[in-house]
Ligand binder design. Sequence first.
Ligand SMILES: *[C@@H]1O[C@H](CO)[C@@H](O)[C@H](O)[C@H]1NC(C)=O
Length: 246
Amino acid sequence: MSRIIFIVVFCTVLAVQAEFPDDPKPCKYGDSGCIVKMINYLIREKAMQGDHEFNLVKLDPLPVAKMNIKQGAESPVNIDLTFKDNQLLGISKMKFRKIKGFGKDIAGGHEILFNAGKLSLVGPYNIKGKVLILPISGTGKSNMTLVNCDVVLSFTGKPFEKNGETYMEASNLKIITKPERMYYYFTNLFNGDKALGDNMNAFLNDNWEAIFQEVKQSMESAFADIFQTIITGVFSKYPYAKFFEE
Ligand SMILES: *[C@@H]1O[C@H](CO)[C@@H](O)[C@H](O)[C@H]1NC(C)=O
C-alpha cells in the first residue's frame, strides 16, 4: 500500500513543470557572448557543489567510475590501461570561450570551445602492455594531467518530446583536445620496483607527446561520454526554448 502511494506522489512531482531559474537570465538564441558568460558562471559557481536547478552533478571533482584506454598491437603504445573510481579535477577552472549553434533549430551541430588550465585524472589504475617498445605493468595510483588544454566539444542536438514540450538531447558528442603539455605519474609500477618505476615515469614524461598522440582518441572518447551525460542532464531539466529568449 505504501508503495503505491509513493509512486503516485512521485509522478505528481514530475508532472509539475519546473520554472527556469531567475539567475542566470536566458540568452538570445545563438548569442555566443551571452551563452559563454552563462556557462562560465554556472561552472564557476555551481561546479563544486552541483546544482539541482540545472540538473548539474557535482563537477569538481567529478567521479569517474571507470575509464579504459586500450590500444591495439598495431599502435606503438600497445597498452590496456584501466582507471577505476578516479576523480577528474579541474572542471571548475575551465574557461569557456566561444559557442556555435544553440540557435532555434535543435537538430544540427552545436559547438563549445573552452580551455582547461589543468585537468587531472587521479586515482587507482591498472596498466599492462608496451609503450614505444618498453614493457610496462603495474597497479597503483596514478595522476594523468593535461595542462593548458584547448578543447573543442561538438555534438548533434536531438529534439525529443516530453509532456508536450520539446527538449534537447546531446548525441554523437565529440571532443578534440590540444594540450600544451601532459604529465603522467604512476605509483607502484613493476610491482613496486622503485628504480624501474622512476625510469618509466621519466620515460613517459619525456615522450609525453608521442604517447599522447597514440592515446588521444581513446581518451577523448572517454571524456566525450562524460560530457554527453552532463549536457544531456542540463537540457533535460527544461524545455529547450526556456533556455533562451526571442
Ligand atoms: C597531479 O599532477 C599535477 C602535475 O604534476 C599536479 O599539479 C597536481 O597537483 C597533481 N594532483 C594530485 C591530486 O596529486
